[in-house]
Design a protein around this ligand. Structure first.
Ligand code: ADP
Ligand code: MG
Length: 336
């Protein structure tokens, strides 16, 4: 009974923690591991270091550096079914730059991530349900940078250009949408892959320093699903949001000025706004501060209610990253 109560209070928010492996450079320089995976059982993970007291954190799932993309997806796949059953779903990757947010969401051509795998699973289910349901699937890819939205499916839509400004509007039914955003109708995984590549390339070529830009912007895939039950004509509409968040690392204000300072403040503001919204939803607060950032405003209809949220907290195993790791784990504990 107690267990049910905990689940109920926690609502529809799940938090998975994934730790990247030590990289080649760290292995050669002999970096030390600061996370104890030996005892990472029952969803509890312990941070150990001589510099700080041992501290444990609990999550719905913990993925050690040995976990593969397929292992991650095994626990993520049920969300694909939820979307086709008519639920809104948000999947976020949160963490310091370099901890594997993009690896988890986008992945690589040989180790595809959650974005591709979720859509693949959705199309498998769509084919299985073919005799009873008809589905239409649309994909948009956008970026939030400095609190401005940019459509990544519009060719030549570079950050410096006088691109058409995208705004969030509310329709007569109170639903939020972005007028003018490209919604690519996709019929199969070949078309999905093309759209994902177009978005990914737009992000990479549009800035002088692609890595830095991607660590300072949120990359968002929105999958809209229209379903029709062919037996009774009942229709469903749902959205899946796949969000590769900006890097959560704290930047000392004394180190940055001008544009860079504004950028940093915008990132801090939107990540803390996201934390505020999710934790307000978790405790069923009567006021949910959606309007404090573009990101939470955009996702407003898909957060809370009977929507489902999954947050990947990405961490580094390296002792040198300890303070950022603790910050990320604290952020994650707060939204659970
Ligand atoms: P972020 O998006 O958080 O800045 P990336 O996804 O770009 O981080 O990851 C940084 C580097 O680490 C990339 O080269 C990526 O391929 C590698 N990496 C991250 N996580 C893993 C993992 N679980 N297994 C193998 N390589 C990983
Ligand atoms: Mg990244």
């Amino acid at each position: 009974e107690l267990y049910n109560k905990v689940l109920e209070l926690r609502g529809n928010i799940r938090v998975f923690c994934r730790c990247r492996p030590l990289n080649a450079e760290e292995l050669t320089t002999g970096a030390s591991m600061t996370i104890d995976f030996e005892s990472a059982k029952d969803g509890e993970l312990t941070v150990m270091s001589n510099a700080a007291p041992r501290k444990s954190f609990k999550f719905d799932a913990i993925f050690s550096p040995q976990a593969e993309q397929a292992d991650i997806f095994e626990d993520t796949a049920p969300f694909a079914t939820s979307v086709l059953d008519g639920y809104n779903v948000c999947i976020f990757a949160y963490g310091q730059t370099g901890t594997g947010k993009t690896f988890t969401m986008e992945g690589t051509e040989v180790a595809r991530g959650v974005n591709f795998r979720t859509l693949e699973k959705m199309f498998d289910i769509i084919n299985e349900r073919e005799t009873v349901y008809r589905y239409d699937v649309y994909v948009s890819v956008l970026e939030v940078y400095n609190e401005q939205l940019r459509d990544l499916l519009v060719p030549g839509n570079h950050p410096g250009m006088a691109a058409r400004r995208l705004e969030i509007r509310q329709d007569g039914e109170g639903m939020h949408h972005v007028p003018g955003l490209v919604e690519a109708h996709v019929n199969n995984m070949t078309e999905v892959w093309e759209v994902l590549q177009t978005g990914s390339n737009a992000r990479a070529v549009s800035s002088t320093n692609a890595n830095e830009h991607s660590s300072r912007s949120h990359c968002i895939h929105c999958v809209m699903v229209k379903g029709e039950n062919l037996l009774n004509g009942e229709c469903t509409r749902s959205k899946l949001w796949l969000v590769d968040l900006a890097g959560s690392e704290r930047v000392a204000k004394t180190e940055v000025q001008g544009d860079r300072l504004k950028e940093t403040q915008n990132i801090n503001r939107s990540l803390s706004a996201l934390g505020d919204v999710i934790s307000a939803l978790a405790i069923r607060s009567s006021h949910i501060p959606f309007r404090n950032s573009k990101l939470t405003h955009l996702l407003q209809d898909s957060l809370g209610g009977d929507s489902k949220t999954l947050m990947f907290v990405q961490i580094s195993p390296n002792e040198n990253d300890l303070s950022e790791t603790i910050c990320s784990l604290n952020f994650a504990s707060r939204v659970m």
